[in-house]
Write a protein that binds this ligand. Sequence first.
Ligand code: ZN
Length: 206
Amino acid sequence: MTRIDEIRERALKELQQHHVLMLNGHFDYGNGYHGGVYLNPHQLFRYPSTIWRFAQDLLDVLPGTILEATEVVAGPTTGGALLAHTMAGLLDSRRPITHARTLFAPFAVDASGALTLSRFYRQQIAGRTVLLVDDVRNTGQTLVRCAALVREADGTVIATAEICDRMEAVVEAGVPNVPLAEYKAPENFPAAVCPLCAAGIPINTF
Ligand SMILES: [Zn+2]
């Protein structure tokens, strides 16, 4: 097992210890479906030291060529932006003091729910190389939209990375994607035919 495999395996365990990834439960998702797994990215940010630790691990699994080429770390609000801010700072702590400092850029959400990049950050990104990060990758749609905004701002996306990949991506940003941990949840069930309900297992409250 390589050092990177060890980091990723340990991260998957730590995501469970920090109650980011809750397995073997019985959850009501509020949309008519029940299932045994709950992913709660808010737990990553409840204590800042938690996201610092996972951000270090994500930097450790990213290829050196990507880290060396990164000028901006950018992520979508809220979790991805907090992660991007942390990673940009940590990246500088690993570089010689003479190296140009790493920039950070957050994607915001407008009134219609669409991701946007402010004029200030579009200017920051223009002509630069960008590492896109998020706490969790679901369908991949968020990172694809962020990549499009970077390209519209004349930036170059070099990779995407996330703390937890749910392995359900249906779209890709056209660059390498590097997850820290990967977890594929088992199938969910309509509440009326939920086998966990049928087995009399109480629904988790949290
Ligand atoms: Zn149930």
